[in-house]
Design a protein around this ligand. Structure first.
Ligand code: ADP
Ligand code: ZN
Length: 512
């Protein structure tokens, strides 16, 4: 007879009830069914295996990729009175741990994947009673994931060697490819997939092109009085932005890994205690800090992926009160992100490309931003949320397929090496020395864009870069990207989201 899960939840963990999908996950696990739980950070994944570990006879083996993470978990499990241990290179009590495992005196055993996949470990487990395999950070098993760890691939034989022991995979990463890959790699049937609610209804999402970063940030600061985080792409940028913004009178401090640990600790505790401070930080800031009243999170550049964006922007409004997540992007962010693809191993490049495309879809959409985010996490959200920039002020859209074709054609005819300034001059028929020298005034595309259409060239170029139809080299020279032909032939339409005319002065992301 198993202990009652609800009673254990109270007596061991001190919680009044399960949260979100926890009950569903625990129920499946206690019934011995293989499960993949996809839950956002902070949703309470650990409980999903810790409670079964206590409820079931035998020891739950937790596979976790980082020693630091394991030891955190270990400490908090022990604080609850759970009998927990780890077998890692920094543990000195191996013999004792092994003895306790064999004697049935452990509820939880944490190991790294490279250890878990070894034959010695399997032999050890065969001499003990195992209740559950919990595979934490399970996206590491997928080459599609952002954090592939080859050792995760070697876990399957271990899991299969214990057919009666249920397996529970856990992760916060959930794009469809990664998810399908985890199911396949770890041998979990599709009906074992449980996805928790990713929606953060009190966060108002807004996305804007970067056009005057300082001014845009000043607007946000002027409209929002509570504590806020601004994520900047580089250390230098954090310093520079913090300095510029501090002139407004508010306390604005930088935070990045290049600062001394004293300065970092001082800035962080100032932020935690403050009710109106702004931290300009690299993404190194925020992990493990829990400040419930952060009122806005601004990204001054493109995040790494939708997952990182969700997680970083999710530091706003943990108290459930209205909060703002604003993403400021530039076409050059996409260019740089795509250039970096070349630096990763070939096997992971398609995953990287898909991650950038998902970000492109988020910034380019004229529809609901929340719907884009939630669909990415496998949910089926309503088409409108009523609390993002596009739902609140539906943007006008304009079909610019023809302008896109003209621009692509000009790129092609001038040899795919000239920058936007030159191309604009060619398209609008403004002759200059360089154009004459190259004979570009004799091209069929010379002067085919009229005065009314001319202002569209820049935004169209930006859209085409996001859509991977144009790529820029280090000198700003534009060339065809993989998707160029589809747009050149007009097989794919290009539409521009027009900023509402009044929005610029009115701060779309002001929250008020
Ligand atoms: P994750 O691993 O998904 O990021 P954690 O397992 O670290 O999340 O849990 C996040 C926080 O939520 C922890 O402080 C945990 O104690 C708390 N928590 C988890 N489950 C519950 C619950 N059912 N009720 C209240 N708090 C919970
Ligand atoms: Zn919306």
């Amino acid at each position: 007879m198993l202990a009652d899960p609800a009673a254990l939840l109270r007596s061991v963990f001190g919680f009044e009830g399960f949260r979100g999908v926890q009950a569903q996950v625990v129920e499946r696990v206690l019934a011995g069914k293989a499960t993949l739980a996809i839950m956002p950070t902070g949703a309470g994944k650990s409980l999903c295996y810790q409670l079964p570990a206590v409820a079931l006879p035998g020891c739950c083996v937790v596979i976790s990729p980082l020693i630091a993470l394991m030891h955190d978990q270990l400490r908090s499990a022990r604080a609850l009175g759970i009998r927990a241990a780890s077998l890692t290179s920094v543990d000195s009590d191996w013999r004792e741990t092994q003895d306790r495992l064999r004697a049935g005196e452990l509820d939880l055993l944490y190991v790294a994947p490279e250890r878990a996949s070894g034959t010695g470990f399997r032999t050890l487990l065969e001499s003990a009673r195992i209740s559950l395999f919990a595979i934490d950070e399970a996206h590491c098993v997928s080459e599609w994931g952002h954090d592939f760890r080859p050792d995760y691939r070697l876990l399957r034989p271990l899991l299969d060697a214990f057919p009666d022991v249920p397996r529970l995979a856990l992760t916060a990463t959930a794009d469809r490819h990664t998810r399908d890959d985890i199911l396949a790699q770890l041998g979990i049937p599709p009906e074992g997939l449980i996805i928790s609610g990713f929606d953060r209804p009190n966060i108002r999402y807004a996305v804007q092109p970067r056009d005057g970063l300082q001014r845009q940030l000043q607007d946000v600061l002027a409209a929002n009085s509570g504590p806020g985080i601004i994520y900047a792409p580089t250390r230098a940028a954090t310093e520079q932005l913090a300095q510029g913004l501090a002139r407004g009178g508010r306390t604005v401090l930088p935070y990045h890994a290049g600062l001394s640990s004293e300065v970092r600790a001082a800035n962080q505790s100032a932020f935690l205690a403050s009710e109106d401070m702004v931290m300009v930080a690299t993404v190194a800031f925020g992990m493990g800090i829990d400040k419930p009243d952060v009122r806005f999170v601004v990204h001054a550049g493109l995040p790494k992926s939708i997952e990182s964006y969700y997680q970083e922007s999710g530091r706003a409004g943990r108290d459930g009160e209205p909060a703002i997540a604003l993403l400021l992007w530039g076409a050059e962010d996409f260019v740089r992100a795509r250039q970096r693809i070349a630096e990763v191993e070939p096997a992971r490049q398609s995953g990287e490309r898909a991650r950038i495309a998902s970000l492109g879809a988020l910034v380019e959409t004229a529809g609901c931003r929340r719907a884009v985010l939630l669909r990415h996490f496998g949910e089926t959200p309503p088409p409108q949320c009523g609390n993002c920039d596009n739902c609140l002020e539906p943007p006008a859209c304009m079909d610019v397929t023809e302008t896109a074709q003209k621009l692509l054609s000009a790129v092609h005819r001038t040899g795919q090496s000239f920058g936007l300034g030159h191309l604009e001059a060619v398209l609008t028929g403004k002759s200059n020395e360089r154009i004459v020298q190259r004979g570009h005034d004799a091209l069929s595309v010379f002067g085919i864009v009229g005065r009314e259409e001319a202002p569209l060239i820049k935004p169209v170029a930006r859209a085409l870069q996001v859509l991977d139809a144009l790529t820029a080299n280090d000198h700003g020279g534009l060339a065809f990207g993989p998707a160029a032909r589809d747009y050149l032939r007009g097989e794919e339409k290009v539409s521009l989201v027009l900023q509402p005319a009044k929005a610029r002065g009115r701060k779309r992301a002001s929250g008020g």
